[in-house]
Ligand binder design. Sequence first.
Ligand code: NDP
Length: 401
Amino acid sequence: MKNVLVVGAGGVGAVAVVKMAMHPEIFEKITLASRTVSKCDDIARNVKERTGVVINTAQIDAMDVPATAALIRETGAELVVNLALPYQDLALMDACLEAGVHYLDTANYEPEDNAKFEYHWQWAYQDRFKAAGLTAILGSGFDPGVTSIFATWIRKHKLDSIRLIDILDCNGGDNGKAFATNFNPEINIREVTATARHWENGDWVETPAMTRKVAFDFPAVGEKNMYLMYHEELESLKTHFPEVERARFWMTFGDAYINHVTVLQNIGMTRIDPVIYEGKEIIPLQFLKAVLPDPSDLGALTKGKTCIGDIITGPSGDSEKTYYIYNICDHEECYAEVGSQAVAYTTGVPAMIGAAMMMKGIWLEPGVWNTEQLDPDAFMEMLNTDGLPWQVVELDGHPEF
Ligand code: NDP
C-alpha cells in the first residue's frame, strides 16, 4: 500500500500530512480532502515548502457517502485517514466499505445532538470490515491512541497484567489568549462539560464535571492542577483489558480556563440543543466555536510543553510494580518543525504512524480494532524516531490521588 486519502484540513490534518510527506517511501501519493478546499490548498503549500513534496487536494463533504466513495476510487487511495470531526466517522467507514479500502481515525463517533463518547456504533462495523477483508483502526491519536499503546507495551514488556491505570494529560503551554481551546473548540468543550466517569471494580463511577481536582508534579512542566474527566479510551481499555480494577483519565486546566468554561456553561453557551435566534435555529456551542480563536492559528503563539502518559500498576512475577510512561513535547519545537502547536502535533504524528503501520502491513488484520489490541512495538519505535520520544520510569507504588 502506498496511496492515502486524508480527510479533514484542520489542526490535526495539517500536521499529519506534513509528517506523511516526510516519509515518501511509505506514503507515495497523498491526497488531502476537506469541506473547505482552500484550507487543503494552504496546507499543501506548507507541505511543499517544508518537504518539497506535492500533495493533491480535493473538496468533499464527508457526510456524502457516494461522493466520498467516488473520490476514494478516483484517487486510487487504499487507506482513508479520518481527521475530520467525530460526526463523520460512520459516513467515512461506510464510504470505505463501499470503495473497498482501509480506515483509520483519532476520535470515536458522536451523534451531533448527544455528546456520548461511546464505541458501540463503530464496534458494530466489526463483521462488515472482517467480511470485506478490510481493517479499521479506531483512535490513533495521542489520547486515545498513544496512551492505549503505552498500556499495551507495559503489559507486554513490564507487567503480567494491569490492575490500575491513570492517564494523565498535561498541557503546560500558554498561548497568551484569555480563552482558547487547543483543538476543535466544539469537541473540546463537549468533552470537558460532560459528567466525569471512571471505571472501578466492574462499574462506572460518576462525578459532576470538573469537580475532582488534584495537583500533580509533571516531568518537564512542574506542578499543575488536573481534573478527573471521562475520556473514550476508558471504555475500550476496560473492555479489552477486563482485569483492570480501576481506570481513570485526568486533564490539566488552568484556573482561567475553568472560570471561562463555568461562566459559558452557566449562561447556556455550551448547549448542544438548538435554540431559536431571530427566527432561525442555532446551536449555542457551534456559535461559540465561530467566535473563539481557531486552534490552528495558535501555533506561533504557544509556548511551553505538554506531558501526556500513563501511570500503571500491576503484578510482575511475585510482586506488584508501578510504571510511569510518558512523552514530553515542546510547542515551539513543533511549530518550528511543522508549523503547528503541540496539541495538533501530538495527535497528527500518531495518526501518521498508525497509517504507516497499515501501509507497511503491520496492522492489517481484517476487522475493527482499538489501538490497545494491536502489537505496540513497531509503533513505539516510530514514536521515538518521528518526534514523540517516550520515557518509562518505575515508581514506588501507585500515587494516592
Ligand atoms: P478542526 O476543527 O481543526 O478540523 C476539522 C476539519 O474537518 C476541518 O478542516 C473541517 O472543515 C473538516 N470537516 C468538518 N466537517 C466535514 C465534513 N462534513 N466533510 C469534510 N470535512 C469536514 O479539528 P482538529 O484538527 O482539532 O481535530 C480533528 C479530529 O482529531 C477531531 O475528530 C478531534 O476530536 C480529533 N482529536 C483527537 C485527539 C486525540 O488525541 N485522539 C486530540 C485532538 C483532536 P472546515 O475547515 O470546512 O470546517
